[in-house]
Design a protein. Structure first.
Length: 392
């Protein structure tokens, strides 16, 4: 799928997407690229609260860097937050870009006669039509440049980056947060945080969600953070398996690396989830105990238990490549582990997703060349037939 003129952006000196060009440049300089984190999860799992805690941790990182003695190299721990939930009434974190500033959710419901979920999807679709402007803003904030894509701009972009690395922070901009708060954003970013609608399917299974994910992945190393309600998993192994299946489906749909974030560890520790993912027998014992405790409907219990056992065996290999961590969005416990898992997943983006992206681009170019050759061949045949008729 072409995303916001992706072909034009890919037409650089080497014909590769901007994410590949930038990654090569950052490798040469030894710097870390800004990472985009798309926070997804079931309704009530604590996505927005986690976003608030993550932004607070980045702000603390900036404060600690500013307190360092003169001459020391400050941390590049800066974040830029996006809110893509049009139906929320309150955003507790400072959203530099908010879908509610562009689309009126209630007005969409009224004008189109839609229900809540339909209005959310329609609002996302409307916002997606202008998402190329969002990408331009993010690239300017993250890289200190306009969107890349032309070979003649490469040297100018590199010189601008070097100037900012040397400590030129005079060109700071003020961006509006949620309502009254304003936040200074200057220099380069380390993380771009994206909060998604509470109804997970409105984003993960919609065309607009796919376009937004691919657009972000074409400019930044992008990671999905799937937030799981740990207390609900503790209540039933079947709930845990349902969450893992959803995570697996998102991984295969988006092809982006994913981090499982077990939230609300202040209520229930996530150790049992780690054991279930790493020890097959432990999960089987939990299923046995759950089946013993639920004897009201023997047939139904036996069916679900058998299905869950089969699925756990299938997903055992899936767990081996899966990054996960435990976080408390309420207290902030485990946030450092979260950033560590995100950085590891960003490395997977480089090794897995980029190669897949390049393969898809090559396939698309091959199809275009085949169509062009076929068109030329047919044109040549038509010309030959016309010449034959004229000779007769």
């Amino acid at each position: 799928m072409n995303v916001f003129g992706l072909e034009e952006k890919e037409e650089g000196a080497s014909g590769e997407p901007p994410i590949l060009t930038r990654m090569k440049r950052y490798k040469k300089s030894g710097q870390k690229m800004p990472t985009c984190v798309i926070v997804v999860g079931m309704a009530g799992s604590g996505k927005t609260t986690l976003m608030t805690q993550l932004q607070r941790s980045l702000s603390v990182g900036n404060a600690n860097a500013n307190d360092e003695e003169e001459g020391a190299v400050p941390s590049r721990q800066q974040g830029y937050c996006l809110n893509l939930d049009p139906a929320t009434k309150l955003v507790p974190f400072g959203a530099s870009i908010d879908i509610r500033d562009t689309v009126d959710y209630k007005e969409v419901m009224r004008q189109h006669g839609l229900g809540p979920n339909g209005a959310i999807m329609t609002s996302l679709n409307l916002f997606t039509t202008k998402f190329d402007q969002v990408i331009s803003i993010l690239e300017k904030r993250a890289y200190g440049e306009e969107p890349a894509g032309h070979a003649e701009q490469e040297e100018e972009e590199e010189s601008e980056q070097v100037k900012e690395e040397e400590g030129n922070h005079d060109d700071k901009e003020t961006v509006e947060g949620d309502g009254e708060e304003k936040k200074e954003v200057g220099g380069l970013l380390e993380y771009v945080l994206v909060d998604t609608p509470g109804q997970i399917e409105a984003f993960t299974w919609s065309a607009s969600g796919t376009i937004i994910s691919e657009a972000l992945a074409s400019s930044f190393p992008t990671v999905l953070a799937f937030v799981v309600d740990t207390p609900r998993c503790a209540a039933s192994p079947n709930t845990f398996m349902s969450n893992m299946l959803y995570a697996c489906s998102m991984l295969y749909r988006t092809r982006l690396p994913i981090v499982i974030v077990f939230n609300k560890t202040d209520v229930v520790p996530h150790d049992f989830c780690h054991e279930w993912m790493t020890d097959y027998e432990t999960f089987q014992e939990a299923l046995d105990n759950d089946s013993t405790n639920n004897n009201n409907n023997t047939n139904s219990s036996s069916y679900y238990s058998s299905l869950t056992r089969s699925l756990s065996l299938v997903l055992d290999e899936f767990y081996n490549e899966l990054h996960h961590c435990g976080v408390s969005a309420a207290t902030g416990d485990g946030v450092d582990d979260f950033w560590t898992a995100i950085d590891l997943a960003a490395q997977d983006f480089e090794t897995d997703y980029l190669q897949d992206l390049q393969n898809r681009i090559d396939e698309q170019n091959a199809r275009k060349e085949a169509i062009a050759r076929d068109s030329i061949q047919r044109l040549s045949q038509d010309i030959a037939q016309e010449d034959t008729h004229e000779e007769r």
